[in-house]
Write a protein that binds this ligand. Structure first.
Ligand code: FE2
Length: 251
Protein backbone atom coordinates (compact mmCIF):
# COMPACT_ATOMS: atom_id res chain seq x y z
CA UNK A 1 0.00 0.00 0.00
CA UNK A 2 1.11 3.51 -0.78
CA UNK A 3 -0.18 6.07 1.68
CA UNK A 4 0.17 9.82 1.78
CA UNK A 5 -1.40 12.50 3.96
CA UNK A 6 -1.82 15.97 2.48
CA UNK A 7 -2.89 18.49 5.08
CA UNK A 8 -3.73 22.13 5.68
CA UNK A 9 -2.40 22.97 9.17
CA UNK A 10 -4.06 26.40 9.17
CA UNK A 11 -7.52 24.80 9.15
CA UNK A 12 -6.63 21.46 10.73
CA UNK A 13 -7.71 19.52 7.64
CA UNK A 14 -6.38 16.13 6.49
CA UNK A 15 -6.77 14.56 3.08
CA UNK A 16 -5.39 11.27 1.89
CA UNK A 17 -3.98 9.53 -1.14
CA UNK A 18 -4.16 5.73 -1.06
CA UNK A 19 -2.66 3.57 -3.77
CA UNK A 20 -1.86 0.04 -4.80
CA UNK A 21 1.78 -0.31 -5.82
CA UNK A 22 1.17 -3.30 -8.10
CA UNK A 23 -1.60 -1.90 -10.29
CA UNK A 24 -0.63 1.77 -9.83
CA UNK A 25 -4.23 2.70 -9.07
CA UNK A 26 -5.19 5.21 -6.39
CA UNK A 27 -8.00 6.91 -4.55
CA UNK A 28 -8.01 10.49 -3.21
CA UNK A 29 -10.08 11.26 -0.11
CA UNK A 30 -11.37 14.73 0.87
CA UNK A 31 -9.07 16.75 -1.44
CA UNK A 32 -8.60 20.27 -0.11
CA UNK A 33 -9.35 23.46 -1.99
CA UNK A 34 -6.52 25.15 -0.11
CA UNK A 35 -4.06 22.81 -1.85
CA UNK A 36 -5.85 22.66 -5.19
CA UNK A 37 -6.39 19.68 -7.50
CA UNK A 38 -2.85 19.96 -8.91
CA UNK A 39 -1.37 18.91 -5.56
CA UNK A 40 -3.08 15.53 -5.81
CA UNK A 41 -2.31 14.97 -9.48
CA UNK A 42 1.37 15.78 -8.94
CA UNK A 43 1.66 13.73 -5.73
CA UNK A 44 0.13 10.73 -7.50
CA UNK A 45 2.50 11.14 -10.46
CA UNK A 46 5.47 11.29 -8.08
CA UNK A 47 4.35 8.00 -6.55
CA UNK A 48 3.70 6.32 -9.89
CA UNK A 49 -0.06 6.26 -9.29
CA UNK A 50 -3.12 7.12 -11.34
CA UNK A 51 -6.06 8.44 -9.32
CA UNK A 52 -9.19 6.54 -10.32
CA UNK A 53 -11.53 7.57 -7.51
CA UNK A 54 -12.17 10.88 -5.75
CA UNK A 55 -14.11 10.31 -2.53
CA UNK A 56 -15.71 12.82 -0.14
CA UNK A 57 -16.42 11.50 3.35
CA UNK A 58 -19.19 14.11 3.60
CA UNK A 59 -20.16 17.56 2.38
CA UNK A 60 -17.77 19.81 4.29
CA UNK A 61 -18.90 23.02 5.97
CA UNK A 62 -15.54 24.32 7.23
CA UNK A 63 -13.40 24.44 4.09
CA UNK A 64 -13.75 24.52 0.34
CA UNK A 65 -13.32 21.10 -1.23
CA UNK A 66 -11.28 20.41 -4.38
CA UNK A 67 -13.17 17.18 -5.08
CA UNK A 68 -15.14 18.39 -8.07
CA UNK A 69 -12.17 20.18 -9.64
CA UNK A 70 -9.97 17.11 -9.19
CA UNK A 71 -12.63 14.72 -10.48
CA UNK A 72 -13.26 16.95 -13.51
CA UNK A 73 -9.54 17.04 -14.28
CA UNK A 74 -9.41 13.25 -14.12
CA UNK A 75 -12.64 12.65 -16.04
CA UNK A 76 -14.37 10.81 -13.18
CA UNK A 77 -17.37 11.54 -10.95
CA UNK A 78 -16.98 12.45 -7.28
CA UNK A 79 -17.87 9.47 -5.10
CA UNK A 80 -20.02 10.61 -2.18
CA UNK A 81 -22.83 9.17 -0.08
CA UNK A 82 -26.15 8.58 -1.80
CA UNK A 83 -27.55 10.62 1.12
CA UNK A 84 -25.58 13.76 0.24
CA UNK A 85 -27.95 16.43 -1.14
CA UNK A 86 -25.44 17.56 -3.78
CA UNK A 87 -26.49 19.40 -6.92
CA UNK A 88 -23.86 17.82 -9.18
CA UNK A 89 -23.64 14.40 -10.85
CA UNK A 90 -21.86 11.99 -8.52
CA UNK A 91 -21.15 8.33 -7.99
CA UNK A 92 -23.46 7.49 -5.06
CA UNK A 93 -21.87 5.31 -2.37
CA UNK A 94 -23.86 2.90 -0.19
CA UNK A 95 -23.09 1.07 3.02
CA UNK A 96 -21.08 -2.10 2.43
CA UNK A 97 -19.93 -1.12 -1.06
CA UNK A 98 -16.28 -1.92 -1.79
CA UNK A 99 -13.93 0.13 -3.94
CA UNK A 100 -11.06 -2.06 -5.19
CA UNK A 101 -7.53 -0.90 -5.97
CA UNK A 102 -5.69 -4.07 -6.99
CA UNK A 103 -5.42 -6.09 -3.78
CA UNK A 104 -6.64 -3.19 -1.63
CA UNK A 105 -10.28 -3.16 -0.59
CA UNK A 106 -11.89 0.07 0.60
CA UNK A 107 -15.21 -0.69 2.29
CA UNK A 108 -17.78 2.07 2.64
CA UNK A 109 -19.52 2.44 5.99
CA UNK A 110 -22.34 4.91 6.43
CA UNK A 111 -21.46 6.65 9.71
CA UNK A 112 -24.02 9.45 10.19
CA UNK A 113 -23.98 11.95 13.02
CA UNK A 114 -21.73 14.86 12.05
CA UNK A 115 -23.86 14.95 8.91
CA UNK A 116 -26.46 12.56 7.54
CA UNK A 117 -24.19 11.76 4.60
CA UNK A 118 -21.03 11.01 6.63
CA UNK A 119 -18.99 8.01 5.51
CA UNK A 120 -16.05 6.09 6.93
CA UNK A 121 -13.73 4.04 4.73
CA UNK A 122 -12.38 0.76 6.11
CA UNK A 123 -9.22 -0.33 4.31
CA UNK A 124 -7.83 -3.84 3.95
CA UNK A 125 -4.58 -4.53 2.10
CA UNK A 126 -4.65 -7.99 0.57
CA UNK A 127 -0.89 -7.81 0.02
CA UNK A 128 -0.48 -7.93 3.82
CA UNK A 129 -3.51 -9.60 5.38
CA UNK A 130 -7.27 -9.87 5.51
CA UNK A 131 -7.99 -7.72 8.60
CA UNK A 132 -8.68 -3.97 8.46
CA UNK A 133 -5.42 -2.00 8.56
CA UNK A 134 -6.88 1.47 8.80
CA UNK A 135 -10.10 3.45 8.76
CA UNK A 136 -10.59 6.95 7.42
CA UNK A 137 -13.26 8.24 9.77
CA UNK A 138 -14.11 11.57 8.15
CA UNK A 139 -15.75 13.71 10.85
CA UNK A 140 -17.21 10.84 12.87
CA UNK A 141 -14.34 9.79 15.15
CA UNK A 142 -11.46 12.19 15.82
CA UNK A 143 -8.35 11.75 17.93
CA UNK A 144 -9.68 12.46 21.44
CA UNK A 145 -13.01 13.75 20.19
CA UNK A 146 -16.02 13.13 17.92
CA UNK A 147 -17.54 15.21 15.12
CA UNK A 148 -19.99 17.95 16.00
CA UNK A 149 -23.62 17.22 15.04
CA UNK A 150 -24.92 20.76 14.56
CA UNK A 151 -23.51 22.13 11.29
CA UNK A 152 -26.04 20.64 8.88
CA UNK A 153 -29.10 20.68 11.15
CA UNK A 154 -31.49 23.56 11.74
CA UNK A 155 -33.38 22.84 14.98
CA UNK A 156 -32.15 21.88 18.47
CA UNK A 157 -34.22 18.67 18.23
CA UNK A 158 -32.55 17.71 14.95
CA UNK A 159 -29.11 18.40 16.43
CA UNK A 160 -29.83 16.13 19.40
CA UNK A 161 -31.07 13.41 17.03
CA UNK A 162 -27.88 13.76 14.95
CA UNK A 163 -25.83 13.42 18.14
CA UNK A 164 -27.73 10.21 18.93
CA UNK A 165 -26.79 8.89 15.49
CA UNK A 166 -23.18 9.84 16.21
CA UNK A 167 -23.35 7.67 19.35
CA UNK A 168 -24.44 4.67 17.25
CA UNK A 169 -21.75 5.44 14.68
CA UNK A 170 -19.04 5.42 17.35
CA UNK A 171 -20.35 2.08 18.68
CA UNK A 172 -20.09 0.64 15.18
CA UNK A 173 -16.55 1.94 14.63
CA UNK A 174 -15.57 0.31 17.92
CA UNK A 175 -16.34 -3.11 16.40
CA UNK A 176 -13.07 -2.74 14.45
CA UNK A 177 -9.94 -4.42 15.88
CA UNK A 178 -7.81 -2.43 18.34
CA UNK A 179 -4.87 -2.26 15.93
CA UNK A 180 -6.89 -0.51 13.20
CA UNK A 181 -5.31 2.87 12.53
CA UNK A 182 -7.63 5.90 12.63
CA UNK A 183 -7.21 8.71 10.10
CA UNK A 184 -9.78 11.48 10.59
CA UNK A 185 -10.52 14.43 8.30
CA UNK A 186 -9.47 16.94 10.97
CA UNK A 187 -7.10 17.51 13.85
CA UNK A 188 -5.94 20.23 16.20
CA UNK A 189 -7.80 23.51 16.08
CA UNK A 190 -10.36 22.47 13.47
CA UNK A 191 -13.86 23.70 14.36
CA UNK A 192 -15.44 20.47 13.04
CA UNK A 193 -14.93 18.79 16.41
CA UNK A 194 -15.12 19.92 20.00
CA UNK A 195 -12.76 21.15 22.67
CA UNK A 196 -10.93 17.87 23.11
CA UNK A 197 -9.65 17.26 19.57
CA UNK A 198 -5.97 16.34 19.68
CA UNK A 199 -3.25 18.04 17.67
CA UNK A 200 -2.00 14.56 16.86
CA UNK A 201 -3.43 13.73 13.42
CA UNK A 202 -3.87 9.96 13.77
CA UNK A 203 -4.54 7.25 16.34
CA UNK A 204 -5.79 3.68 16.61
CA UNK A 205 -9.19 2.21 17.45
CA UNK A 206 -7.67 0.61 20.57
CA UNK A 207 -6.22 3.87 21.90
CA UNK A 208 -9.47 5.76 21.31
CA UNK A 209 -11.44 2.91 22.89
CA UNK A 210 -9.38 3.32 26.04
CA UNK A 211 -8.74 7.05 26.21
CA UNK A 212 -11.32 8.99 24.16
CA UNK A 213 -13.70 10.48 26.74
CA UNK A 214 -16.67 10.30 24.34
CA UNK A 215 -16.05 6.74 23.24
CA UNK A 216 -15.95 5.67 26.90
CA UNK A 217 -19.50 6.92 27.54
CA UNK A 218 -21.94 4.03 27.24
CA UNK A 219 -25.19 5.95 27.76
CA UNK A 220 -26.60 7.80 24.75
CA UNK A 221 -28.15 10.72 26.65
CA UNK A 222 -24.94 11.36 28.59
CA UNK A 223 -23.04 11.21 25.29
CA UNK A 224 -25.37 13.75 23.67
CA UNK A 225 -25.08 16.13 26.63
CA UNK A 226 -21.28 15.90 26.65
CA UNK A 227 -20.97 16.47 22.91
CA UNK A 228 -23.29 19.49 22.92
CA UNK A 229 -21.61 21.05 25.96
CA UNK A 230 -18.12 20.87 24.45
CA UNK A 231 -18.75 22.52 21.07
CA UNK A 232 -16.46 25.21 19.75
CA UNK A 233 -17.84 28.20 17.87
CA UNK A 234 -19.01 27.07 14.40
CA UNK A 235 -16.66 27.43 11.44
CA UNK A 236 -16.53 30.93 9.99
CA UNK A 237 -18.75 31.18 6.90
CA UNK A 238 -20.09 27.61 7.33
CA UNK A 239 -23.44 28.09 5.48
CA UNK A 240 -21.75 29.65 2.43
CA UNK A 241 -19.04 26.97 2.32
CA UNK A 242 -21.57 24.15 2.63
CA UNK A 243 -23.69 25.60 -0.21
CA UNK A 244 -20.57 25.96 -2.36
CA UNK A 245 -19.50 22.35 -1.67
CA UNK A 246 -23.02 21.10 -2.39
CA UNK A 247 -22.66 22.57 -5.86
CA UNK A 248 -25.77 24.67 -5.35
CA UNK A 249 -23.85 27.85 -6.15
CA UNK A 250 -20.29 28.90 -6.78
CA UNK A 251 -19.74 31.98 -4.63
FE1 FE2 B 1 -17.08 18.20 8.45
Amino acid sequence: MIWLTLNDPARGCNSYLLGDEVTGTALAVDPLGALGPEAYVLAAQDLGLAIQHVVETHVHADHESAARELADALGVAVSVSHRAPVAFARRPLHDGEVITLGAIRVEVWETPGHTDDSLSLVVRDGHRGSDPWLVMTGDSLFVGDVGRPDLAEASPEAVREAARRQFETIRRLMTLPDFTEVYPAHYGSSPCGGLFMSRKPQSTIGYERRFNRFVRIDDVDTFVDHVLSSLKPPPVDAPRIRIRNLGQAVL
